[in-house]
Design a protein. Sequence first.
Length: 341
Amino acid sequence: MDSITQITLGAAVGEAVAGKKAGFKAAAWGAFLGTFPDLDVLANPFLDTVNQLYFHRGITHSLLFCVIASLAFGWIINRIHPKLKIGWYVWAKLAFWVFFTHIFIDLLTTYGTQILYPLTNKPFSLDSVFIIDPLFTIPVLLGLMAALILKRKSNAGYNINLAGLAIGAAYLIWGWGIKSHVNSVFDSSFTHQHGYYQEIKTTPTGPSTFLWNAYIIKNDTLYQSVYSIFDEQKTTRFRAIPMNSQLIEPYKNDRGVETLLWFSRGYYTVQKEGEKLVFYDLRFGRSDFWLTENENVPYVWRNEVLIDNQNRAYSFNLSNPSFEARSSVLNRYWKRIWGNG
């Protein structure tokens, strides 16, 4: 999730765990710890592009880190605030729940986390919430603000903060529940139109759980479709995107391409652009949210494969993800959510 959401969630969890004992310091530490796992990006200057992709949301987003770092921070914070006399265990519990909720909410995104590292570096993702979703963040933020503003002697702020967290949790459960409906719509539509398929992935489109994408693999073609839960028609249209896997066949065991295949989970297309070999991770969509028929709209996640003089794909140049924020695209997105367009 985005940093604002993680800071907000961390502060709200910190307030819920230790706000009555530590006051504002609980929320402050929760905010800091809420963004701490994402500081793994500070290692980027010391890593090449391949290792950056492996390292981000790796060990700092694992259950092992959650336990060990919680114990460490419990001891450290207790040493910093000895006058509070609430003990290292309370601080360790605060750190644990902040780290755990950070990891869990990242697990719900398409990017996913290596939650079982170092047992496996496989990224796990549940694909039920977008990386930015104000319908989750706003209730949590409002509950946190109430807890920080209202008098500590009253339980009102504490209860409102818990209510904000509960509403946020209910929204996440809603996202997972509606995903099963969305999966059934895409599955039924595809099998009626194209028969069997090998893999399917559904992800929220943009900051909501109302509009969804499907990515379906059949042979060497990826089929993409968009569906709103407010669509009256339950049959969706699919666009076919050649994966062109033959273009990377000579390099599939090389370090660069092997990493891209690991990260994309197989949802990709490869294109020759002049002399360049470019690998697109389609899970992150296009800059128009797949809402136009223009086939020249750029994909969001672009990787130029780097090939050395021995014809080995040793690495890649990763382009930063970006979305078009033009008013026309946002207007189209808003209409499409409600089943129009």
